[in-house]
Design a protein around this ligand. Structure first.
Ligand SMILES: Cc1cc2nc3c(=O)[nH]c(=O)nc-3n(C[C@H](O)[C@H](O)[C@H](O)COP(=O)(O)OP(=O)(O)OC[C@H]3O[C@@H](n4cnc5c(N)ncnc54)[C@H](O)[C@@H]3O)c2cc1C
Length: 470
């Protein structure tokens, strides 16, 4: 067996990269920290003609100065062909990573998962691939990188052969959040054959919430825990769940609904629209360019990138303050910018703010433009004082925007009646303007936008479905 010694230091990114590479390939090696061993430093300098270059790797007494991964592979005879086929850079907390992993697992595709939280070199690799943006999952297939590919793209790239279905479901629910899952639990208990089509992964917006303190029955529960329980319950009663299915079209023919996703068609006797809402953007300069590499909309998803760093939170409602308080738990500083002179959030959150030392609030300031440094990295947001008109740059390492929601109903224009803001109009038992189509949760006009309310609406929609099918 090869005798391998790696001279390096904990703070050195290339040493970490080389160590991770050896670990990934189950190669045993001896790590010598040059910071703790003067003899080792002298040895490194001797090998490198007086220069302290790390990592310096010794393989069977032959030295290699800062070898890159292909170099290590060739020296150690690693056959990368198998592992190279599919490599997924991601993190456990990232919903799209979980979605991609389950899709690969469900279809028996072997892949190598590299956790960017554990390997700094992997984060750097992700940023290199995505022009400086930290977007995960980034998937490498046969050496080619793909940024956050959806299931359809994975299916095409990996030539996965999914059996097409021609079954007619009693009801098809579009959206796997609190509203959709509750409808499924009730419909399935009524013995209706139920299918949930979800474009991302099950759980909806509640899944992205760190802590839920207002869902009856739990003083406190994490969003993922609550939503996994709902998913399990829907499955226990026999609901079929398909993720990665982005519904593009609904057509009614001879009393049946034909639902088209990117690559499939499903047939249902009735439909429940439970597609929720999406984060609103500010629409100011540099926002689009910096999304993913400094600007985010989900603290649970991306907050971990900013541990011990400074962040800006834009918004003044419940979500902004809740997520700001969550970020303050591990970020060095949180700067909350509110356009109005008062926060619109509930008193519980407003009263908590002064107690948290690392939160600073900026009131009555409109965001004018995001700014980046000469390397294109996020620098801060320029704000204008609404009273004085004075502008200032508020700096941080990243920003989180929480300024409201837009209903995910674009696809349903012309299928059901929408109000002027795009929310689905309903009456009675969650009935839309089209017979046989129901709507529940945050996509519906007048929705309270709370998990408990969404579940209640799911119940209502299931009663509508029951009455219709009978
Ligand atoms: C940051 C944040 C914090 C929150 N905190 C709380 C809290 O503490 N307590 C509380 O009660 N509520 C909270 N909420 C609100 C709560 O999450 C929502 O009210 C709830 O998730 C609404 O459920 P829903 O099923 O209607 O929609 P969603 O949860 O939005 O689910 C809709 C689902 O439909 C899918 N979808 C959309 N379009 C399509 C399509 N074309 N095809 C297939 N699938 C599609 C989406 O991917 C999504 O999974 C919070 C929300 C946010 C954003």
């Amino acid at each position: 067996m090869d005798q391998i010694i790696l001279y390096g230091a904990d703070w050195c990114p290339d040493c970490q990269r080389a160590k991770s590479y050896l670990k990934e390939h189950n190669i045993k090696y001896q790590f010598v920290d040059v910071d703790l061993d003067k003899e080792a430093t002298a040895k490194v300098e001797k090998i490198n003609n007086g220069k302290r270059i790390i990592p310096t790797v010794i393989v069977n007494e032959k030295s290699y100065t800062n070898p890159d991964n292909p170099n290590l592979a060739s020296v150690l005879g690693i056959n990368e062909n198998i592992l190279k086929t599919v490599r997924l850079y991601g993190a456990d907390w990232c919903p799209d990573c979980r979605r991609a992993k389950s899709y690969l697992n469900d279809n028996g595709i072997k892949y190598q998962f590299i956790d960017v939280d554990e390997h700094d070199w992997a984060t750097e690799e992700v940023e290199r691939i995505n022009n400086g943006k930290r977007i995960i999952p980034t998937v490498i297939i046969n050496g080619e990188p793909y940024t956050n590919p959806d299931n359809q793209e994975l299916k095409e790239l990996l030539e996965i052969d999914e059996a097409q279905e021609h079954k007619v479901y009693d009801t098809i629910i579009i959206g796997g959040g609190a509203a959709g899952l509750t409808t499924a639990i009730y419909a399935q208990r009524d013995r209706f054959d139920t299918l949930i089509l979800e474009k991302k992964n099950i759980g909806g917006n509640a899944f992205l919430t760190e802590k839920i303190e207002n869902y009856p029955g739990f003083n406190e529960i994490s969003g993922p825990d609550l939503m996994q329980k709902m998913e399990e319950q829907a499955k226990v009663y026999g609901a079929t769940i398909k993720t990665g299915e982005d519904v593009k079209e609904i057509n009614k023919k001879e009393g049946q609904f034909y639902i088209t996703t990117k690559g499939n068609e499903y047939i249902g006797k009735s439909v429940v629209l439970a597609t929720g809402s999406t984060y609103r953007k500010l629409g100011i300069p540099n926002e689009e360019e910096l999304i993913g590499s400094g600007i985010h909309f989900c603290a649970t998803c991306d907050g971990a990138f900013y541990r011990d760093r400074e962040v800006i939170v834009i918004g003044g409602g419940n979500s902004a303050l809740e997520e700001g308080i969550f970020l303050a738990g591990f970020c060095k500083k949180v700067k909350i910018i509110n356009r109005s002179s008062e926060f619109k959030a509930s008193k519980t959150y407003i009263e908590k703010l002064p107690e948290i030392e690392n939160i600073t609030t900026y009131i009555d300031k409109s965001s004018v433009a995001f700014e980046a440094d000469e390397k294109g990295l996020f620098k801060g947001v320029r704000v204008k004082d609404n009273k004085t008109g004075e502008e200032e740059l508020i700096t941080a390492d990243g920003a989180f925007i929480f300024i409201g929601l837009i209903p995910n109903t674009e696809t349903f224009k012309g299928v059901v009646g929408l109000n002027e803001r795009g929310f689905i109009q309903t009456k009675g038992l969650a009935e839309t303007t089209t017979t046989g189509v129901f709507a529940a949760g945050d996509c519906r006009e007048g929705a309270i936008a709370q998990v408990a309310a969404a579940t209640g609406e799911g119940v209502l929609a299931s009663y509508g479905v029951r009455a219709y099918l009978k």
